[in-house]
Design a protein around this ligand. Structure first.
Ligand SMILES: [Zn+2]
Length: 400
């Protein structure tokens, strides 16, 4: 008797086109589900998840919604009970290579209330940005990668009671430390939808614990390599932060590597208010943040390194830039290129050309060109060299 083996669903290799598959429609749809802007079916009944403040009916509906979604997508799905009122929802997928090392991506699903000057609750916030946006991003990422097996164990976790002192994530991280869980990286998503001033800035938050700073810096490169139109900046958290800066807090506190994405407060008037609705989203920004989060998961849980010349910017070793980052001048050296018809340009992260540095012949050995960056605002830029039949790109940072 022959046993016919069917090819496994997991045989496809992940590639960069996945990032282009992130759908803003599906993201917005999920945000509307979670922020009570449309009817959802839970336990076979039509209902509204209106407000997700801890220990309320809406919060429990959100738990059920997230649990059902995980099952629907085919993940191993569990509740983690942290207290009488607090439950995290965990979706998991086993890694193929490093089964004792975990990559976690998480977002809190509870929402906050708006208080008057005397600490009395005035409104419960629908929490579309804070933080249905982070939850929707995770659901979209999980939807897109569900048929691809990661190398590392991958967990998607929706935290409860963030607004009540990061209770859910604190419980998880403390327990993980106690159980000597090997966490490669925790990625936190919180408030991915607001960019009122359209500056495309995304904050990558870190505390100098374990490899957090390295991961934060690498996140900037990943954003560049995948051509995602955002301007990422790394930012550390100073002073005592534990329990009120966000769901990465207890990971740092317990010595784990963690980074936090977005969390921009462009317009404080919406924050924790009844106006935290999907209509105030910058949808392009939300989409790009989700793409970045997916790129991070691909890089860290799948060891995916982009390699297609067509859709990826090549960072060249043939260009050296010194000093990098800079506050005033840089020296750009083009190694091993000798050409009559060259062009050296600088672009910002959105692909706008900032300057043409040089046009003409570069015939000396390893020519060096000096550029004055004093008028550039602090951020990451590309240097692009074209000539001798090649196009080379390298990034540099301007700091003040
Ligand atoms: Zn939040």
């Amino acid at each position: 008797m022959f046993i016919i083996e069917f090819p496994t669903l997991f045989s496809y290799t992940i590639d960069n086109t996945l990032i282009d598959s992130v759908s803003i429609d599906s993201l917005i749809y999920t945000v509307k589900d979670l922020s009570g802007e449309q009817i959802v079916k839970i336990d076979g009944r039509d209902t509204l998840i209106s407000k997700r403040k801890y220990n309320t009916a809406g919060n429990q509906l959100a738990e059920k919604y997230l649990y059902a979604k995980g099952r629907e997508l085919g993940y191993k799905t569990n509740y983690q009970t942290c207290s009488a009122t607090c439950k995290n929802i965990m979706w998991e997928m086993d890694g193929t290579l490093y089964q004792d090392s975990i990559v976690i991506i998480g977002a809190h699903f509870d929402s906050e209330c708006f208080e008057d000057g005397n600490g009395q609750t005035k409104y419960l916030s629908p929490g579309a940005n804070d933080n249905a946006s982070g939850c929707a991003a995770i659901i979209e990422i999980a939807r897109l990668i569900r048929n691809y097996k990661p190398q590392y164990n991958l967990k998607f976790i929706f935290w409860d009671e963030e607004e009540f002192g990061t209770v859910g994530s604190g419980y998880y991280a403390n327990l993980a430390k106690k159980n000597s869980e090997k966490i490669k990286l925790y990625i936190n998503l919180d408030m991915l939808g607001w960019d009122m001033d359209n500056d495309g800035l995304v904050r990558i938050k870190y505390v100098k614990v374990a490899q957090s700073l390295n991961f934060a810096e690498e996140a900037i490169n990943i954003c560049l390599l995948h051509n995602i139109s955002l301007i990422p900046e790394i930012k550390t958290i100073k002073g005592s932060y534990i329990g009120f800066s966000g769901d990465a807090d207890y990971f740092w506190h317990n010595g784990f590597s963690a980074i936090g994405l977005a969390d921009m407060l462009d317009d404080m008037s919406l924050y924790h208010s009844e106006h935290d609705l999907v209509k105030y989203f910058n949808q392009q920004y939300f989409l790009n943040n989700t793409k970045l989060a997916l790129a991070l998961v691909m890089n860290y849980a799948y060891d995916y390194k982009p390699n297609s010349v067509n859709d990826i910017v090549i960072i060249s070793d043939n260009i050296s830039i010194f000093p990098n980052p800079t506050s005033d001048f840089i020296n750009i050296t083009i190694n091993g290129i000798n050409s009559r018809n060259c062009k050296l340009e600088i672009f910002d992260m959105l692909g706008n050309r900032v300057s043409v540095l040089y046009e003409g012949s570069l015939l000396s050995v390893n020519p060096t060109i000096n550029f004055d960056c004093r008028s550039l605002s602090p951020c990451i830029y590309f240097v692009r060299f074209s000539g001798g039949g090649q196009s080379l790109t390298k990034t540099f940072g301007v700091i003040r």
